[in-house]
Design a protein around this ligand. Structure first.
Ligand code: ADP
Ligand code: MG
Length: 740
C-alpha cells in the first residue's frame, strides 16, 4: 500500500505535537492489537495509510430498497429495507434471525454471537427498518448480516417511502464502501477510518504547493479527504453523482497529486539527463541524408514520408547536441520506423560513432540485419548481428571487428546488454518495440559502453503501440516524442470484416483459398493452443489439422509457444521465405515479422482478444503494396458480450491506430493495458486513467512550471512535495535505477 500522505519530519509548531498522521493505527478507537496486526498485514500501519485507503464506491442509504428488488442487488452492497417484523428465532450463543416481510417478499436478518436480549427490540408485526450489507447465504437465499436497526430514524411517515430520497436523517447518509481487509469486518474498518478522518484529516500534510492548488482550483487535502470518506448527506444530486463516479473535486485533487508526482519524477530525470554530457553527432546532416535517401531509393520506390522526414529532423537536431537525446518514436505498425532508425544510425556513423539496436526477438533482430545491411552497403557501413544464438567464434570475430570500429550498427537481442561488449564509441542506442522491455534494460543498454561512464549515448526508443499522446506523457514522460502519423504512400488500407458461425467459417476458408491461389500468404490466429476447459474453444492444433485437410494442396504450417525456440523459428522463417502458404499460430508467438507477401489475416474467436492486440495483428498484412484483408471470426452473435461487439465494430470502422488506442483506453479505462505497471512508474490510486486524461496534461504543465522555478525542489514550499515524490518513486523502484 503506498502511503498517501507524507509528513514533514518535524511537526509544524502550530499543530499539536502529540498527534501526527504517522501515528500508528493502534491509537485509533476500534483498532485493538489483533485488528492492528491484520491492518498492518495489508500495509496499513499508520493513520496516513488508513486515510489513503480510498473507498471503492458508495452506498446511498438515503434510498430505501423495496424488498422485492433485493434479488437483483449485488452481494456486499449496504441496503436499507423496511417492512414488518415476521418470525423471530433465537439460537442462544449462536445467532438471532429476524424475518422482515412486506410487498409479497421477505428477507432474513442475522446477527451472530449477540446477546440473547437483543431479540427484545423486535416485535412481531411491528414496522421495522434495517440497514446492512447484503449477503448470499449458502442456501442461495439473500440475507442481511448484522444490520443496524434504523427504525427510529425512519419514524416520520413521510420519510422512507420505498425508492424515495429521504430528507437526510441523521446517520443515514452516503456510506463509503472500502476494499476488504482480511480478518477485519467492514463495519469495524469503517469505524476506524471514520475516527481517523475525524481526528486527523486536518493534520494530513498538504503536499500540493498553494500555487498549484489555486491555479487548478483544487480543495485542500483535509477537505478532500473528508469529502471522500464522509460524503455529506445533504450534497446536491450533481455533487453526489460526481462522487459516485469518482469525478468529484476531491477525487480530482487526489488524482492530480498522483499524476503530478509521476510527472515531477520525469521532469527531474529529464533535467538530470540534460546536464549529463554526450558525444554530439556533428556530421553534415544534409549530406548524410542525401546518401540515406539514395540508399532507400536503391531498395525500391522509396521516398520518405513527411512524417518520417519530420522525425528524422527532430532526431538529427537532438543528436547534434552535447546532451544525450531522449526520444520516443511512436508509429503505427508499418509506418516505417526502420527507415528512421537507419537515418539516425547513418548520422552516428558519419560522425564516427556506432549504433546499438536492440530488438525483442531473434527473428526481429535478423530481419533488421537483412533490411539494414542492404541499406547500409552503399554508404560503406557494416551491420552485424549478435544474439544468444550466435555461435561463439562468430561472436568473437564480430566483437573484435566492433572494437576496431568496423561495425557501424550492431543489432541484437538482450544479449547486447552484456557488459563485455564494450564497443569503443557507441553514439546511439536504439530500442525497438519498447513495450517489451522494462526501464531497467533501457538504462542498461546505454551503459554497455564501459570506458565512457561519464558520457551517455543518444537514445531512441521505438514503439509500435500507438499510444495516445496524453498517455505517452505518463508512460514515457522522461522522453520527447516524435510521431509517425502517416503510412507510406501506395499502401492500400487493410479492410477489416466481421463474420460469424459456420457461414463465417466457410467464408474465411474461401478467402484463404483465394489468397493462396493468387500466390499470397495468410495468417490464422487462434486464442488457444491445444487444450481448453472452455467448451467450443478454438485451438490452433485443431484448426491446423482441419485447414491442412480442407486447403490441400496449400502448404499449412503451425507455430505456438510450446514449441522449442528452434522449431518455432524454423516455421516462422519458412513462412517468411514463402515455403508455407498459411500459418496457423497462437498469439504467444511473436508475429512481428515483415512478410510483404502476406495479405490475409483470419482471427478466430476475435472477441477473446483486446482491441490493441487485434490492431497489432491486422498490421501484419498488406505491407507489401498488396491490399490487406482481416477477417474477425466469432462463434455467434449470442456468444459475445456487448463490449466485445463494440470493440470489433470499432476495428471494422477505423484503421487509425491512435483512435483504436484512445478507444481502448476509454473502454477499459485501465492504464495497465499499456504496461503502466511494468514501466516502473508510481502507482495511481485511481486505475480509471481514462477519466483523467485532461488532468494528466495539467499535471505535466504544473510539473514543468515547478521544476523550472525550482529545479532541485529545495524551496520550503516544495519540501512536502519533494518528500512525497521520493517516497512514491522509490516504491516504483525505478528512481535510482535509471538516473539517465
Ligand atoms: P514499422 O514502423 O512497423 O517498423 P517498417 O519499418 O517495418 O515499419 O516498414 C514497413 C514497410 O514499409 C517496410 O516494408 C518498409 O520498407 C516500407 N516503407 C517504410 N517507409 C516507406 C516509405 N517512405 N515509402 C515506401 N515504403 C516504405
Ligand atoms: Mg518495426
Amino acid at each position: 500500500m503506498s502511503s498517501l500522505l507524507n509528513v514533514a519530519s518535524s511537526p509544524s509548531p502550530l499543530s499539536s505535537p502529540s498527534r501526527s498522521v504517522e501515528d500508528p493505527v493502534s491509537l485509533l478507537p476500534g483498532a485493538g492489537p489483533a485488528t492492528s496486526a491484520r491492518l498492518a498485514a495489508r500495509g496499513l500501519r499508520t493513520v496516513a495509510d488508513l486515510l489513503g485507503l480510498l473507498p471503492r464506491g458508495y452506498d446511498d442509504l438515503r434510498v430505501v430498497t423495496p424488498l422485492g428488488a433485493l434479488a437483483s442487488i449485488e452481494e456486499g452492497r449496504v441496503v436499507v429495507v423496511r417492512g414488518t417484523v415476521g418470525r423471530i428465532r433465537v439460537f442462544p450463543g449462536r445467532f438471532l434471525d429476524v424475518v422482515v416481510e412486506g410487498e409479497g417478499a421477505e428477507i432474513h436478518a442475522r446477527w451472530f454471537r449477540v446477546p440473547g436480549g437483543m431479540a427484545k427490540q423486535f416485535v412481531r408485526g411491528a414496522a421495522v427498518a434495517l440497514a446492512g450489507p447484503l449477503r448470499v447465504a449458502t442456501s442461495g437465499e439473500r440475507e442481511l448480516v448484522h444490520p443496524a436497526n434504523v427504525t427510529a430514524l425512519l419514524a416520520t411517515p413521510a420519510a422512507g417511502a420505498a425508492g424515495a430520497v429521504l430528507a437526510a436523517p441523521a446517520g443515514l447518509g452516503i456510506r463509503a464502501r472500502y476494499p476488504q481487509v482480511e480478518g477485519v469486518s467492514g463495519r469495524v474498518l469503517e469505524k476506524i477510518i471514520s475516527a481517523a478522518v475525524d481526528r486527523y484529516a486536518d493534520r494530513a500534510v498538504e503536499c500540493l504547493p498553494p500555487g498549484t492548488r489555486a491555479r487548478l482550483d483544487l480543495p485542500p487535502l483535509g477537505v478532500a479527504l473528508r469529502a471522500i470518506h464522509q460524503p455529506s448527506p445533504s450534497s446536491p444530486p450533481g455533487e453526489l453523482d460526481a462522487l459516485l463516479a469518482a469525478r468529484s473535486p476531491a477525487h480530482r485533487r487526489l488524482a492530480l497529486e498522483d499524476l503530478l508526482i509521476i510527472q515531477l519524477g520525469f521532469s527531474v530525470r529529464r533535467q538530470r539527463a540534460r546536464i549529463q554530457p554526450a558525444r554530439p553527432c556533428d556530421a553534415d546532416v544534409g549530406l548524410t541524408m542525401e546518401r540515406v535517401r539514395g540508399a532507400l531509393r536503391g531498395s525500391g520506390p522509396f521516398v520518405l514520408t513527411e512524417a518520417q522526414e519530420r522525425a528524422i529532423a527532430e532526431i538529427a537536431r537532438d543528436m547534434a547536441q552535447p546532451r544525450p537525446m531522449q526520444r520516443l518514436l511512436v508509429g503505427d505498425v508499418g509506418s516505417g520506423k526502420t527507415a528512421v532508425a537507419f537515418a539516425a544510425a547513418s548520422l552516428a556513423a558519419a560522425s564516427g560513432g556506432q549504433t546499438l539496436l536492440m530488438a525483442p526477438t531473434e527473428i526481429l533482430a535478423e530481419q533488421h540485419v537483412r533490411t539494414l545491411s542492404a541499406l547500409a552497403r552503399p554508404l560503406g557501413m557494416r551491420v552485424a548481428l549478435l544474439t544468444a544464438g550466435t555461435p561463439r567464434p562468430i561472436r568473437e570475430s564480430t566483437l573484435a571487428l566492433g572494437r576496431q570500429g568496423q561495425v557501424h550498427i550492431l543489432v541484437g537481442t538482450q544479449s547486447l546488454l552484456d557488459k563485455r561488449i564494450a564497443l569503443p564509441d557507441v553514439r546511439l542506442a536504439i530500442i525497438d518495440e519498447q513495450h517489451r522491455f522494462g526501464v531497467t534494460q533501457r538504462a542498461r543498454l546505454r551503459r554497455t559502453d564501459e570506458g565512457r561512464e561519464d558520457e551517455l549515448p543518444h537514445l531512441l526508443v521505438m514503439t509500435a503501440t500507438p499510444i495516445p499522446r496524453t498517455l505517452a506523457l505518463t508512460l514515457y514522460g522522461d522522453l520527447d516524442a516524435s510521431v509517425l502519423d502517416q503510412l507510406p504512400p501506395g499502401r492500400a488500407p487493410t479492410v477489416t470484416g466481421l463474420c460469424a458461425g459456420e457461414e463465417g467459417r466457410a467464408l474465411a476458408e474461401q478467402q484463404l483459398r483465394a489468397t493462396v491461389e493468387q500466390g499470397h500468404q495468410a495468417f490464422v490466429v487462434c486464442p488457444v493452443r491445444a487444450v481448453s476447459t472452455r467448451a467450443g474453444a478454438v485451438t490452433a492444433v485443431d484448426r491446423y489439422a482441419a485447414l491442412e485437410r480442407s486447403l490441400a494442396p496449400a502448404r499449412v504450417g503451425l507455430v505456438h509457444g510450446e514449441q522449442g525456440s528452434g522449431q518455432k523459428d524454423a516455421v516462422l522463417r519458412g513462412f517468411a521465405a514463402g515455403e508455407l502458404d498459411v500459418l496457423v499460430a497462437t498469439t504467444v508467438v511473436e508475429l512481428g515479422i515483415d512478410v510483404p507477401n502476406a495479405t490475409l489475416m483470419v482471427v478466430e474467436e476475435a472477441d477473446r482478444f483486446g482491441l490493441a492486440q487485434l490492431h497489432q495483428l491486422r498490421g501484419r498484412v498488406g505491407r507489401g503494396g498488396f491490399p490487406g484483408q482481416c477477417l474477425l471470426w466469432v462463434a455467434g452473435d449470442r456468444e459475445i458480450g456487448e463490449e466485445a461487439r463494440e470493440r470489433l465494430r470499432l476495428l471494422v470502422s477505423t484503421n487509425d491506430g491512435f483512435r483504436v488506442a484512445e478507444a481502448d483506453l476509454t473502454m477499459r479505462g485501465h492504464g495497465d493495458l499499456f504496461g503502466l505497471r511494468q514501466a516502473g512508474v508510481p502507482r495511481l490510486r485511481f486505475s480509471d486513467l481514462g477519466g483523467y486524461l485532461s488532468l494528466l496534461e495539467e499535471a505535466r504543465h504544473e510539473a514543468e512550471r515547478i521544476v523550472a522555478a525550482d529545479p532541485t525542489l529545495s524551496l520550503a514550499e516544495h519540501q512536502p512535495l519533494r518528500s512525497a515524490m521520493e517516497t512514491r518513486w522509490a516504491e516504483g523502484q525505478v528512481f535510482g535505477e535509471e538516473a539517465g
